[in-house]
Ligand binder design. Structure first.
Ligand code: BTN
Length: 268
């Protein structure tokens, strides 16, 4: 249960999975770096089940839940999201988009903000695999999860930052990578999180006011599946790209299909 003004969200009692060492995403490290309204309030716990479950919908838009380790991290399509304590960014943002917007498009809006931040942090071009994966050098560095209820949308973001290669999940659909595994440099997670919240707030406001149109060129430029051989539910085709409504367009045997949700896989 979250109450406004508390820094603890859904803390578990008893033994903690969180080592004392390592940098921290505590409010004292992150809040002074915030430049906008996202992250206010900033709800923080060392450990929680999932930050997706830590935001009361009555909180103001832009409220953020962050923890150092999740015991039941949630991924898309019923998958799990695992990250060693204090190694990554695990956050959820409470949003209240207008009725005319499609909440599913928020995965792409979040993906754009994440891609910009990991690109700046790594110096490597970041790509988006529709609808929610962010990749560096063809490996997944981050995932975005938009979960809508009648009251709000909770946008969850997980970014692999300081995990050594041997602490990354092994049996994932896409190979996982962290910023550390790419170049052996530890990052300041608080600065990355503040950068992310600033970029997300900017892109969210553009989308909220004008839809995906003004963001579409940036999405196209990062679209991993565009022009590639892909599979949709066992059928092979060619990825045409993310359309201005956030759907993924595929050409299968000369016929064009527009995918609203689900999984499009890259042919090896
Ligand atoms: C995916 O790639 O399947 C989406 C992963 C989203 C993971 C983040 S971590 C913070 C937030 N809390 C969760 O339980 N999941 C999201």
């Amino acid at each position: 249960m979250v109450r406004r003004g508390l820094v603890a969200v859904g803390c578990t009692a008893g033994a903690s999975l969180v080592p004392r060492m390592g940098d921290s995403l505590a409010p004292a490290r992150v809040v002074p770096l915030l430049t906008g309204a996202f992250g206010r309030p900033y709800l923080y716990a060392l450990e929680c089940a999932s930050t997706q479950r830590a935001l009361d919908p009555s909180l103001p838009e832009g409220a953020v839940a962050v923890c150092e380790v999740q015991t039941a991290g949630r991924g898309r399509l019923g998958r799990t999201w695992d990250a060693a304590a204090r190694s990554s960014i695990l956050c959820s943002i409470l949003l209240r988009p207008p009725r005319e917007r499609r909440p599913a498009e928020l995965s792409l809006v979040g993906g754009l903000a994440v891609a910009e931040v990991v690109e700046r942090a790594s110096g490597l071009p970041a790509q988006i695999k529709w609808p929610n994966d962010v990749l560096l050098r063809g490996q997944k560095v981050a995932g975005v999860l938009a979960e809508a209820s009648s009251e709000a949308v909770v946008l969850g973001i997980g970014i692999n930052v300081n995990q050594p290669a041997d602490k990354l999940p092994a049996s994932t659909r896409l190979p996982a990578v962290s910023l550390l595994a790419l170049d052996a440099r530890q990052r300041n997670r608080a600065a990355l999180l503040a950068d992310l919240l600033g970029c997300l707030e900017r892109d969210y406001r553009i989308w909220r006011d004008n839809g995906l149109g003004p963001l579409h060129a940036r999405l196209e430029a990062r679209d991993l599946l565009r022009g590639r051989e892909v599979t949709l539910e066992g059928e092979r085709g060619v990825g045409v790209g993310i359309d201005p409504r956030g759907r993924f367009e595929i050409a299968i045997a000369g016929e064009h299909r527009f995918v609203e949700s689900g999984e499009v896989s890259l042919e090896p």
